[in-house]
Design a binder for this molecule. Structure first.
Ligand code: UDP
Ligand code: MG
Length: 310
């Protein structure tokens, strides 16, 4: 029996890459025929301000298997992935970037592993070739910290490029949270996952949508979404400072009783007050982060809004 494969491609200002991507998919046609796979190609236009949607419409004239969902504004890649999964009708679903950094030629191999019985086939890049060194450094640090503070497995270099069964896709959809950190969600849902590795491929057309600052904020989102360890930091500081204060009290009483020292030292007092004040603000800040995320969750706003569906 033939299977339907949904290919989900989030696009944000990608007028240059929409078509080359489709041409690459076309190159797999013989594989699809051989394996009796029907495909649907779902482009999710994440509120692009350029000609992305127009390009997709042109391609649709050529190939009726192309579908499009267009958002009312830019909601982010996580929202685009969610929308794609919701609209996918396939028995199998694959998520792919439109910039060809997720090489479509890996699909036949991924499919083979699904046939072997894996529920999901994930990819990770083993190198970060062509990436600025500071960015790689911070990315590595992020994964190290995450590994320590979260029980959910978040793999270094993992891409969102994944082929999965309908069952896994539904599991991902069942996590209806507003703050979506997909890399963590994949790990959280589990299932039998096969990892494929490949060398990083640089983007050839268009440009990356991620500035350093955006990535930094995203990493904080990830930590808050998949760990509550930062909340424990304030308790930790609390205990340490109580202990220090206790020692100081004893030392001060001792000095007064034995040496009759006058109570002196407002410089040390200022140091202590500013240190403790700083630590307090830091802890309140962490609390605030969790609270703001909770606030967004309880509002239960939709993850995305559709303007046009084709
Ligand atoms: N993307 C999106 N919405 C956004 C940002 C990015 O749908 O707000 C899409 C983008 O079009 C691309 C994929 O997400 O298909 C990955 O983006 P990009 O290549 O810029 O990220 P990088 O590969 O540099 O991490
Ligand atoms: Mg890219």
């Amino acid at each position: 029996m033939s299977k339907l494969l949904s290919i989900i491609v989030p696009c944000y200002n990608e007028e240059e890459t929409v078509e080359p991507f489709y041409r690459e998919i076309q190159k797999l046609e013989s594989f699809f025929i051989q394996e009796e796979i029907r495909i649907e190609l779902i482009y999710v236009d994440d509120g692009s301000r350029d000609q992305t949607l127009a390009r997709i419409k042109e391609l649709r004239m050529e190939d009726a298997r192309i579908r499009a969902i267009s958002f009312s504004r830019n909601f982010g890649k996580e929202a685009a992935i969610y929308a794609g999964l919701e609209h996918a009708k396939g028995d199998l679903v694959v998520l792919m970037d439109v910039d060809l950094q997720d090489p479509p030629h890996l699909l036949p191999e991924m499919y083979r592993h699904i046939k072997e019985g894996f529920d999901s086939v994930a990819t990770r890049r083993v190198s970060r070739k062509g990436e600025p060194p500071i960015r790689s450094f911070f990315a590595r640090a992020f994964y190290k910290i995450m590994h320590k503070i979260s029980k959910t497995e978040i793999v270094d270099g993992a891409r969102d490029y994944r082929l999965m069964t309908k069952q896994v896709a539904d599991a991902i959809l069942s996590l209806g949270e507003y703050n979506r950190f997909t890399k963590g969600i994949f790990g959280w849902v589990g299932y039998k996952t096969k990892w494929l590795e490949y060398e990083n491929i640089e983007r050839t057309r268009g440009e990356t949508k991620w500035s350093f600052w955006k990535l930094f904020l995203y990493s904080i989102d990830g930590m808050i979404a998949f760990s509550t360890a930062p909340l424990a930091i304030s308790s930790f500081f609390g205990i340490v400072f109580c202990f220090l204060a206790f020692l100081l009290i004893i030392v001060t009483i001792f000095r007064k009783a034995v040496y009759g020292d006058p109570v002196s030292g407002w410089p040390s007092l200022v140091c202590i007050i500013s240190l403790v004040g700083g630590v307090q603000m830091f802890c309140v800040g962490i609390l605030g982060q969790y609270m703001s995320k909770t606030y967004m969750e309880v509002k239960k706003r939709p993850i995305y809004l559709v303007k046009e569906e084709l």
